[in-house]
Design a protein around this ligand. Structure first.
Ligand code: NAG
Ligand code: NAG
Length: 355
């Protein structure tokens, strides 16, 4: 049977190749998803159907169907468990968990006693840019994204426009699935106004932008409330973080915010615009970088704020340990007792004089 089907496939190919003048059907699939390769042939019980992939002049068996059922004994292991005919429909094939090796040209070969049919499908795979992370550390803005195909690029824009070209680097790595990771860095320039740095990771199918807006540094007294600004609309997905890796709170479109347990004593309010009213304690606890991240369909926007807590050196010196309080209390009580005792004695003396 294998030989027979092999012969059938080759015969079908050689018979129809000359007829195929119109271009292949183009199908674009998302990496990891599933995808339909169209073939408008209505199979009946006499149909012999083969889906093959053309690979270096060889045909790789993708999926076969005859005698009214799937025939997968000769299926190439690359396609094991990933193919199915769309039941009750034509000869279109569903391919699941699409990967980069799946790219190429596929043939749908069908024959009945009356008829032969062939269509071809050119499959391409893409992995869109789904997320871009942007951070500022030591005056360098870094941008990162990953799992992208085809090969992406990174472009920067700065506002206000700097007078000079900024030193920047980009690196691209290919992972073992054939997808690309990209990262880039840009040295910032000093600006006394709010400045914003944007990077965009993009290829011919997708793009995503991330912007970091550097707020001028803020200061606060210890043990007081401070408003950290953010520029959201009530419907934005917003996250506040501290020192890059601690989440303070998150608010998703139209929902109540969720505050992390360890921040509940500090978060006093979150405004409609996402500005955070925070109770700060000491420089050791509350000083650092606060970030408000807004996530949109195709970009993210970070407001970056450095907060300094001004510890008052005088306040520190006059700070009294807890036992001082009790000493003072004991002294006051002793004093009152002494006064009362004195008065009593005086009164007695006066009374004795009267007598
Ligand atoms: C990044 O470096 C390139 C090459 O030196 C330069 O052309 C480009 O203007 C730089 N980008 C920015 C935002 O300064
Ligand atoms: C957070 O980042 C700091 C330095 O930036 C690091 O020392 C610390 O281990 C990180 N914590 C977690 C939980 O990743």
């Amino acid at each position: 049977m294998a030989e027979l089907t092999g012969v059938l496939v080759r015969t079908a190919v050689s018979l129809i190749v000359g007829v195929l003048v119109q271009g292949d059907t183009q199908v674009g699939c998302v990496f990891g998803g599933s995808c339909v390769l169209p073939c408008r042939f209505q199979p009946n019980s006499g149909t012999i159907l083969h889906w093959v992939k053309q690979w270096d002049g060889e045909d790789v068996q993708v999926h076969s169907w005859y005698r009214d059922q799937d025939q997968l004994v000769y299926q190439d292991p690359l396609y094991e468990g990933r193919t199915s005919l769309i039941s009750g429909s034509d000869a279109s094939l569903r391919l699941a968990r699409v990967n980069l090796q799946d790219q190429g040209r596929y043939l749908c070969l069908a024959s009945t006693s009356e008829d032969d049919w062939m269509t071809s499908v050119a499959l391409t795979v893409r992995a869109p840019v789904s997320k871009v992370d942007i951070v500022l550390v030591n005056n360098i803005v870094t941008c990162k994204s990953g799992g992208i195909y085809p090969r992406p690029e990174l472009t920067w824009s700065v506002s206000p426009r700097p007078a000079t070209v900024l030193q920047n680097t980009t690196e691209v790595h290919e992972d073992d699935r054939g997808l690309y990771d990209i990262s880039g860095s840009l040295r910032t320039v000093y600006s006394d106004t709010v400045s914003a740095y944007s990077c965009s990771a993009h290829n011919e199918h997708s793009a995503r932008k991330a912007t970091i807006r550097l707020h001028s540094p803020m200061q606060s007294d210890p043990k007081s409330e401070v408003v950290l600004p953010c520029y959201a609309s009530g419907l934005d997905d917003i996250t506040w973080t501290f020192n890059h890796n601690q989440t303070i709170l998150r608010r998703q479109a139209g929902q109540e915010e969720v505050v992390e347990t360890e921040w509940q004593q500090h978060v006093r309010d979150l405004s409609e615009s996402g500005s955070l009213l925070l109770y700060v304690t000491s420089s050791a606890q509350s000083e650092g970088t606060y970030r408000c991240t807004l996530r949109y369909a195709d970009e993210e926007e970070v407001t970056h704020i450095e907060l300094k807590i001004l510890e008052d050196p005088m306040a520190e010196r006059s700070y009294s340990p807890p036992w001082i309080g009790s000493v003072v209390m004991v002294s006051i009580i002793s004093l009152i007792v002494a006064i009362v005792v004195c008065r009593n004695i005086k009164a007695r003396i006066q009374r004795s004089h009267v007598i």
